[in-house]
Design a binder for this molecule. Structure first.
Ligand code: GDP
Length: 208
């Protein structure tokens, strides 16, 4: 049984979930755990991470970053600071970092930031996870919104932006195209299981 918790005693394995607001992070966690991590209606306004625990495994939902309708820039900076602070404080405990992106809008959003000569926040997070040595999983959500004929090309370009040389299929141990809407999370579940297996924690498979 999963339960929401703030008790970190005896945690041996932590998986963090990070991503900009509205990418479908809560939908993914809901499907993985059956728990509703979203509090309130407005996206991204929660500052505190939410935790779900299965025995000594902790799943952490970090606050959504990036665009938030009706939320001031300053608040967005606070959210980013909170995330970075949590990550840096708990680096030793975190085994796996899942970065969730919206595959259907990622390239357009990145382009918008780049036109302003800014580093897109998703890319910044990905780089931070890399620097901290996290085992990263990139969950590319909302693939149901991408035309089948354009899927490979889109995934190639997304990987390219994150410094993973295309074709994207070279990165199947990192990249998981999913659709929370359609309940298609197989690729993500299998990568999480792979990580658990690497840590000799096949006993936790039953949760995924
Ligand atoms: P969060 O802010 O990242 O936690 O995102 P939510 O889980 O609240 O989802 C944001 C919106 O995207 C909601 O309207 C969801 O129904 C929708 N959504 C989530 N996953 C998918 C998906 O795989 N495909 C599509 N088309 N929509 C999705």
């Amino acid at each position: 049984m999963a339960k929401k918790t703030d008790d970190f005693e005896g945690i041996n394995f932590e998986i963090i979930f990070s991503g900009r607001s509205n990418v479908g992070k809560s939908s993914i966690i809901k499907q993985l755990t059956g728990k509703n991590v979203k509090v309130g209606k407005r996206p991204g306004v929660t500052l505190k991470p939410t935790h779900i625990r299965y025995s000594d495994l902790l799943l952490t939902d970090l606050p959504g970053f990036g665009f938030m309708s009706g939320v001031k820039d300053r608040k967005q900076d606070i959210v980013k600071d909170q995330i970075v602070r949590y990550i840096e404080k708990n680096t030793d405990r975190v085994n796996v970092a899942v970065l969730v992106i919206d595959g259907a809008s990622f390239l357009e959003i990145v382009q918008r930031w780049e036109e302003r000569n800014e580093i897109p926040i998703d890319i910044e997070m990905f780089e931070l996870f890399r620097e901290l040595g996290f085992d990263i999983i990139l969950a590319i959500n909302k693939v149901d919104k991408i035309k089948n004929s354009e899927l490979d090309e889109t995934l190639d370009q997304i990987c390219d932006k994150l410094n993973m040389l295309p074709p994207w299929k070279q990165w199947l141990d990192i990249v998981a195209p999913v659709s929370a809407k359609k309940g298609e999370l197989k690729a993500l579940k299998s990568l999480i299981r792979q990580r658990l297996h690497n840590e000799k924690r096949d006993d936790l498979f039953k949760h995924f």
